[in-house]
Ligand binder design. Structure first.
Ligand code: GDP
Length: 520
C-alpha cells in the first residue's frame, strides 16, 4: 500500500480568472492521455462562473463537473488534479478544496503579475504550509520582465522564489527558455512540432554552434542568469516542501510550450500524501493501514438524468475498497460505502479500490455533510475543521408558487447541504433567509432551484449584514430590535444579523455581559 500511496500526487491549480488555469489543465490531461485533443476541457470549463457561463455549463452538466476532479497516470505517478472555481464569490468552495490537496500550482499571467484572487488563494496554501509551484504563463505574449515578476512574488507574497528556467525573449521575440534545472535550452516551437533541446556546457553556454548564439537576447539572458546565480536564491528542496520557497517555471500554456518541462520537474518535487491533522492535535499518516478521509465537497444533481448527490472524499490514510464499512464520526453510525465513483476527464467510473491521496465520490442519500470524517478501526477520528466563512450578504427567499412548497423545501435543503449558500430562519416571522459571501452565489442558487427542482423562488435583498452568534443561554428575544434581526441557523443556534458596525456596538454597550462570536 505504501508503494501505491507514494505514487499519488494530489494538487490544485490556483489562479486569478483568465490567467490560463483551464488551458494548462487541458495540456496536463493531454500528457496523461486522458483527452486527445486540445479544446475538450475548454468547452466544459467550470471555473469562471460568470452567470452566463454557468448556464452554459448547466447544459453540459455531468461533463462539466467531472472536471472538478481529474485523475490520470503519468510516468509511473497517479495524478489527481482538483479544480477550483475561479470566481471570488465561490472562494469558500475553493478554500475547502485546498484543504484536500498536498501541493498547489499557481498560474500567473506574465503580463499581469499577481492579481487579487491569486493572492488570496496563495495565502490559504501558505497557511497550510503546502508546497507551491509557480507557472508564469503567456510567454508568447509581451509581458513584464522575468526579474520584475520574480521580485513581485517575493515582495507581494513574501515567498522566496527560485527560477527553474528563464525566458529567452517574449511575445513575438520568444526564442525559448533557458532551463537552469535541466541544464539545457528548450527552443520555442509551434504547438504541433517536436521539442528541441540544446545542450549547455559547463559554463552554462550553448555547447554547440547554433544561430541563437548570435542573437543579442541570448547574450542578455546569459547575463541575467549570471546575476541570478550570484544574487538569487539557491534551490532548497526542504524549503520548497515547507512552502517557504516556490520554484518558478516560465511557459505558454496555449502553445503548449514549457508545460511538459514544468510537469516533469514538478513531479520530482511535489510531495506524496503525508499526514493530516486531527482536532486533538494528533495526526494520521497516509500510510496508516486504517482507512480515513474527510468530505470537502458535496454536489447535487451532477447528472440531471440521475438526480444524484455526490460527496467528495479525500482519502487521508489507508485504502478504500468498494463495499467496505466505515464509521461516520459526527453520528457514530456505521455506513457501507457501496456506491463510489472516480473521475476521469470525461467519464466517471465505479471505483473498486483507492488509496490515501485519492479523491473518491460517494453517491449520497443524505448521510454526509461537508467536513465529515469517516474512518475504520477502533480509534474514532475527527479531522481538523474546514474553513468557514461568515456570510455578509443576505436575501429573504420564498417560493413564488405557494402550492409548490415541497420542491422548494427539497431544493433548499439539498443546496444548503452542498454548502452553496447558508440558510437561516427568522425568529419572529419564520421567514427563510439565505446568506452568502458573494452575490453570484444567490444567482446560481436561484437558477439551480428552477432548473433542478422546478421551483421558482423570489429573493428580496436585505443587503449587507454582520452575523454574530450568541450563546443560547444568554438569549432574550427582547434583545431583538429594529437594528438587528434575530435568526436561527441550520442547527437551530441563534444569531443576530446587525445592520452595521454601529448597531453591533450599540448592542454591545447595552448588553455588555453578552458574548457575540463571528463564526461557528
Ligand atoms: P482560466 O480562467 O484561468 O481558466 O483561463 P483560461 O485557460 O480559460 O485562459 C484565459 C484566456 O487566456 C483564454 O482566452 C486562453 O486562450 C488564453 N490563454 C491561456 N494561456 C495562454 C497562453 O499561454 N498564451 C496566450 N496568448 N493566451 C493564453
Amino acid at each position: 500500500m505504501a508503494k501505491e500511496v507514494n505514487k499519488r500526487r494530489t494538487f490544485a491549480i490556483i489562479s486569478h480568472p483568465d490567467a490560463g488555469k483551464t488551458t494548462i489543465t487541458e495540456q496536463l490531461l493531454l500528457f496523461g492521455g486522458v483527452v486527445r485533443k486540445a479544446g475538450t476541457v475548454k468547452a466544459k470549463k467550470s471555473g469562471s462562473f460568470a452567470k452566463s457561463d454557468w448556464m452554459e455549463i448547466e447544459k453540459k452538466r455531468g461533463i462539466s463537473v467531472t472536471s472538478s476532479v481529474m485523475q490520470f497516470n503519468y510516468q509511473g505517478k497517479r495524478i489527481n488534479i482538483l479544480d477550483t472555481p475561479g470566481h471570488e464569490d465561490f472562494s469558500e468552495d475553493t478554500y475547502r478544496t485546498l484543504m484536500a490537496v498536498d501541493s498547489a500550482v499557481m498560474v500567473i499571467d506574465s503580463a499581469k503579475g499577481i492579481e487579487p484572487q491569486t493572492k488570496k488563494l496563495f495565502q490559504v496554501c501558505r497557511m497550510r504550509g503546502i508546497p507551491i509551484f509557480t507557472f508564469m504563463n503567456k510567454l508568447d505574449r509581451d509581458g513584464r520582465s522575468p526579474l520584475d515578476l520574480i521580485n513581485e512574488l517575493e515582495e507581494v507574497l513574501k515567498i522566496d522564489a527560485y527560477a527553474m528556467n528563464w525566458p529567452i525573449g517574449m511575445g513575438k521575440g520568444l526564442k525559448g527558455i533557458y532551463d537552469l534545472y535541466n541544464q539545457r535550452i528548450e527552443l520555442y516551437r509551434k504547438e504541433d512540432h517536436e521539442e528541441t533541446f540544446l545542450k549547455l556546457d559547463q559554463t552554462g553556454k550553448l555547447a554547440e554552434d547554433h544561430p541563437l548564439k548570435e542573437e543579442s537576447i541570448y547574450r542578455q539572458v546569459l547575463e541575467e542568469i549570471e546575476l541570478l546565480k550570484l544574487a538569487g536564491n539557491q534551490l532548497d528542496p526542504q524549503r520548497v516542501a515547507a512552502g517557504e520557497m516556490t520554484p518558478v517555471f516560465f511557459g505558454s500554456a496555449l502553445t503548449n510550450f514549457g508545460v511538459k518541462t514544468f510537469l516533469d520537474a514538478y513531479l520530482q518535487f511535489a510531495p506524496a500524501p503525508g499526514s493530516h491533522q486531527l482536532v486533538d492535535g494528533q495526526s494520521i499518516s497516509a500510510v496508516n493501514p486504517e482507512f480515513s478521509g474527510f468530505i470537502f465537497k458535496i454536489q447535487a444533481n451532477m447528472n440531471p438524468n440521475h438526480r444524484d448527490r455526490i460527496a467528495f472524499v479525500r482519502i487521508c490514510s489507508g485504502k478504500f475498497e468498494r463495499g467496505m464499512d466505515v464509521y461516520l464520526k459526527r453520528t457514530g453510525k456505521k455506513i457501507r460505502l457501496a456506491n463510489s465513483t472516480q473521475f476521469m476527464a470525461d467519464t466517471r467510473e465505479t471505483v473498486e479500490k483507492a488509496v490515501a491521496g485519492d479523491i473518491i465520490g460517494l453517491y449520497d442519500t443524505g448521510n454526509f455533510q461537508i467536513g465529515d470524517t469517516i474512518y475504520t478501526g477502533k480509534q474514532a477520528l475527527q479531522f481538523e475543521k474546514l474553513p468557514q466563512f461568515t456570510p455578509e450578504l443576505f436575501v429573504k427567499v420564498s417560493a413564488k408558487n405557494v402550492m409548490k412548497q415541497k420542491s422548494f423545501h427539497k431544493g433548499i435543503k439539498q443546496l444548503v447541504q452542498e454548502g452553496a449558500v447558508q440558510l437561516y430562519q427568522s425568529y419572529s416571522t419564520g421567514d427563510y433567509i439565505l446568506g452568502a459571501v458573494g452575490q453570484l452565489q444567490f444567482e446560481v442558487f436561484q437558477f439551480r432551484m428552477k432548473n433542478e427542482y422546478h421551483s421558482d423562488v423570489i429573493m428580496t435583498s436585505m443587503g449587507h449584514k454582520i452575523a454574530r452568534w450568541i450563546n443560547p443561554e444568554q438569549l432574550d428575544e427582547k434583545m431583538s430590535s429594529s437594528r438587528n434581526l434575530l435568526v436561527k441557523d441550520r442547527q437551530g443556534l441563534p444569531l443576530f444579523l446587525f445592520e452595521n458596525e454601529f448597531s453591533e456596538r450599540w448592542f454591545k454597550d447595552k448588553y455588555p455581559h453578552v458574548a457575540l462570536t463571528a463564526k461557528l
